[in-house]
Write a protein that binds this ligand. Structure first.
Ligand SMILES: *Cc1c(COP(=O)(O)O)cnc(C)c1O
Length: 471
């Protein structure tokens, strides 16, 4: 055993020999000497472990270079989102408008007047960059921006209800994707949760009965990712605002997604806009930057000046603040809302939501034959009507009519084969993410805009691991 191993060792080239090859020199140019030496050692060690007896130094250099190339691929890869969920939290939610991308790029490359009043040459406030726009578009007196909407809710609760009570309806104690649970956020913020009403019905008198000297605020939460239907009752924001103000406590409305425009114009069901929530009398309104707003990950808080000033004085604000890159993207996105008629052209979220099925049919005409040719006889590739959804807890029940490429095994043995195929598609250079529904792999075309890129990406389909599913 020992002897055989030593013999194999002798039959492998030395690290120096491998490093002298042209392929190794190329690797050094691309990845640096120390990384290349480490990769060569790795390639030799693997051969030794396999008991290999090759003297081919060039082959080891090529193996080392291949592994360096593999390691150099980014972990955060672009993917084709063909899930049918436009704002997919696990795929990064909103795609940014070109104007936002440009603004963020400029901010990355340059010093910017982030907290610097160019008029007076004095220290300024970073929120001032977007405050006027936010106030103009929402009708609020003042506004501030933090890391995300979860942070916005945390900051509001901690500032207005620490050591006090926050009144919430039992029908609105939401959980948003695991880590964000309203009762949890409350306790982290140091607020005592005062639940009122029942899961399906909460009345004005329930709120009224809970208000006392310890009340910090009343919180209304938009049940953005579920609907309670049937025998239900909730107290509207306007009525709740009147009650809150009668008792001199603030009403906070967590809108979740929040939109600045009426999305009914894109064929979706009307969602309350931020301006509506402000007009209904909420003292503070919180919403996300990367849901229907269509910008970078941020949390907005808009509302009364005196309250926003309090939030800005909380030390937590500093921990939750937004960097210059996102602020730049945010400002550029906000500016697009000044021309709502052209939003669907400029803002990818609305462009994708508003995309007519006719346009998807044109995409399908190119994608179906390309996929069919690659997948071969064992698969049936057809178009099928399907439903897209907005995602990210916006409009949970509403769907958009859409079009998918439905891929079904031509013979028997469905389930396993479908999983293998979807696995294979996720391993393409630009991973393709679809969804399995019933007996088909559906590739919803709503978010497929780069059709040429999609087809070129299929070139390596047969040479992939797991491609026996394609045979
Ligand atoms: C999505 C959502 C949140 C959390 O917002 P993030 O921006 O994801 O942090 C909070 N409240 C509601 C009602 C939501 O829909």
């Amino acid at each position: 055993m020992q002897k055989a191993a030593t013999a194999a060792l002798r039959r492998l080239p030395s690290v120096d020999e491998v490093m002298r090859t042209a392929a190794a020199e190329g690797a050094v140019a691309g990845f640096g000497r120390s990384a290349t030496v480490a990769a060569v050692r790795g390639a030799l060690a693997e051969a030794r472990a396999r008991g290999e007896v090759s003297r081919d130094a060039e082959a080891f250099a090529l193996a080392a270079r291949a592994s360096l190339e593999q390691q150099a691929r980014p972990n955060l890869k672009p993917v084709f989102n063909l899930t049918g969920t436009v704002l997919h939290t696990n795929l990064g939610r909103a795609l940014l408008a070109e104007a936002a991308v440009e603004a963020a790029t400029i901010a990355m490359r340059n010093a910017v007047a982030l907290e610097f009043d160019l008029g007076g040459g004095r220290r300024g406030e970073r929120d001032e960059l977007v405050r006027d726009l936010l106030c103009e578009l929402t009708g609020a007196e003042d506004a501030t921006v933090v890391n995300n909407n979860a942070a916005a809710v945390l900051l509001v609760l901690n500032t207005l209800a620490k050591g006090r009570e926050a009144i919430v309806s039992r029908g609105e104690l939401i959980e948003i994707g695991g880590a964000f649970r309203m009762p949890e956020i409350m306790s982290r913020a140091g607020a005592r949760l005062m639940e009122v009403g029942t899961t399906n019905r909460t009345h004005k008198k329930d709120y009224a009965g809970a208000i006392g000297p310890k009340t910090g605020l009343i919180l209304k939460v938009h049940t953005s990712n579920y609907r309670i239907e049937g025998f239900t009752k909730e107290v509207g924001a306007r009525e709740l605002a009147a009650l809150a103000h009668e008792h001199k406590v603030p009403l906070v409305n967590d809108l979740g997604s929040g939109t600045l425009v009426d999305i009914a114009r894109y064929g979706l069901k009307h969602e309350p806009t931020v301006a509506e929530a402000v007009a209904e009398g909420a003292d503070l309104v919180t919403f996300s930057g990367d849901k229907l707003f269509g910008g970078p990950q941020t949390g907005f808080i808009v509302g009364r000046k005196a309250l926003i000033e309090k939030l800005n004085k909380n030390a937590l604000k500093r921990a939750l603040r937004v960097d210059k890159i996102r602020l730049a993207a945010l400002e550029a996105t906000l500016r697009l809302y000044r021309d709502p008629d052209r939003l669907a052209e400029r803002l990818p979220t609305y462009r994708l939501l508003a995309r007519p099925v006719k346009e998807l049919q044109a995409v399908a005409q190119r994608v179906v034959p390309a996929l069919a040719a690659k997948l071969g006889q064992r698969w049936s590739v057809k178009t099928a009507p399907c439903s897209s959804q907005v995602g990210s807890g916006a409009l949970p029940v509403e769907t958009l009519p859409s079009l998918a490429v439905a891929i079904v095994p031509a013979g028997r043995g469905g389930g396993g084969l479908l999983k293998a195929l979807s696995n294979t598609l996720r391993k393409l250079p630009v991973p393709v993410v679809g969804r399995i529904e019933k007996d088909a792999l559906l590739l919803d075309l709503r978010c497929l805009e780069d059709v040429d890129g999609f087809i070129a990406n299929l070139a390596t389909l047969t040479s992939l691991e797991g491609s026996d599913a394609l045979a």
